[in-house]
Each structure stands twice: as C-alpha cells, then as structure tokens.
Ligand binder design. Structure first.
Ligand SMILES: [Zn+2]
Ligand SMILES: [Zn+2]
Length: 214
C-alpha cells in the first residue's frame, strides 16, 4: 500500500498526516529529544487499517516524531541480523520518538511544535515510489537486506518505508533544519532511505526499530 500526500487546509487534525498534531492515547507523556531536550515535531502518523494487510492490530496508531534540531541517523548500533536488546527503543540516538499505540477509544492531540506544513495521507495501491511512502509489504533495500528480531522473540515487520531525500516542507515561519538537503524542507534522519519496523506481537507500544540506508 502507498501513502500519498494531500495538502491539508490549515493545521491538519487528521490522524493520518504529515505534520499537524500527533494523536496519542490520552494521558501519554509528551516525549522530548534525549539529546537536547527540545520538543519533538510530528513527521508522520497513521492508523493501521485492514486494507494495509499488516500483521498489526487494526486501529493501532503509528506516530513518528523527530527533533527539529538534532538531524542525525536514528542509531549507531544496527543490530542487523541479531535479536534486538531489551528496551531497544531507549538505545537509539535519542533524536526521535516512534510508537505503535494499541487501539483505544481515547485519543487526544499531543502538544508539540508546529514547524511543518500539514498534509493528509491518502492511501492507494498505485503511486510512484518517489511521490509516496510504502506501507507494509517487503522492504525495498538500497543496500544489503537487514532482518531484525524483537527482544521478545517475535519478528520485526515493515511498517513504513520513507524514500531517500523525501521533503517534509516547512512552514515559512519555521527555522531551517540543520543539515537538510533543502532550505525549504526538513528531512528525516539526514534524508536517508528510512525503514520503520515494528514487533508483530506489539509487545510494547515502543517496540519499533528504525534503520536507514543510502
Ligand atoms: Zn535534539
Ligand atoms: Zn516484541
């Protein structure tokens, strides 16, 4: 399944979006950057829908937020081909927060910074790879294939793939992102090809591992 981007009118209130407010279970603590303490910017979020044919529970909600200042890859230890260590989501660089929240009836918008133009995500089977995100399916590796096993023993399965140098257009009022390929756009993890995996058993809402290639 592909996700395409449709400009949102004003600030997006959709739970399927780029930019806008992150939707999280009510009472969730708002994460900050572990490197610099900055409030994180929502980059992408979406609900897991039946049509995605993912192994995750329908109605789960994926949120990826990044530090607007600490533009860096997500991790220095790759753990490729290995079992991820306990609480591996705390063993990344600390410049992002990724979660696959379990279904609930109590979603609330989280306070956050608002630096990106908001887009609503539209889901379709067909779209050029350069103009869309890949949701689920098999990862399309730029380099050698990587494979991960969750610390709980379950397989990590592809949730989302973001193409290399995908632009996240910033608001005019927002400062430039350090080390982006564009003065008008932010990028995710220095503009690398981004692969987001989640534990197929959803053993923890933070059981998400991100690897990058270029
Ligand atoms: Zn930071
Ligand atoms: Zn797990």
């Amino acid at each position: 399944m592909k996700a395409l981007f449709k400009p949102a009118s004003g600030t997006s209130t959709s739970k399927n979006s780029i930019g806008g407010a992150a939707w999280v279970p009510e009472g969730t603590q708002v994460p900050v950057c572990r490197c610099c303490g900055a409030v994180l910017q929502l980059f992408v979020q979406f609900d897991v829908q039946r049509q995605f044919a993912l192994p995750f529970r329908e109605g789960s909600h994926f949120v990826l937020s990044l530090c607007p200042k600490c533009n860096e890859i997500p991790m220095f230890d790759t753990y490729a081909g290995q079992q991820l260590p306990a609480r591996y989501w705390e063993k990344n660089v600390g410049n992002h927060h990724a979660a696959l929240y379990r279904p609930t009836d109590a979603w609330a918008p989280a306070p956050g910074v608002d630096l990106l133009r908001a887009f609503d995500l539209v889901f379709t089977e067909q779209a050029p790879a350069s103009e869309s995100f890949q949701i689920g399916g098999e990862p399309c590796w730029v380099q050698e294939a990587e494979h991960f096993t969750c610390s709980c023993g379950a397989e990590m399965r592809l949730l989302l793939q973001i193409p290399e140098n995908h632009p996240f257009p910033k608001l005019e009022s927002a400062p430039e992102q350090p080390d982006s390929f564009s003065s008008d756009d932010y990028c995710a993890f220095l503009g690398n090809e981004v692969y987001v995996f989640a534990c197929e058993k959803q053993c923890d809402e933070r059981a998400v591992w991100i690897t990058v290639q270029n």
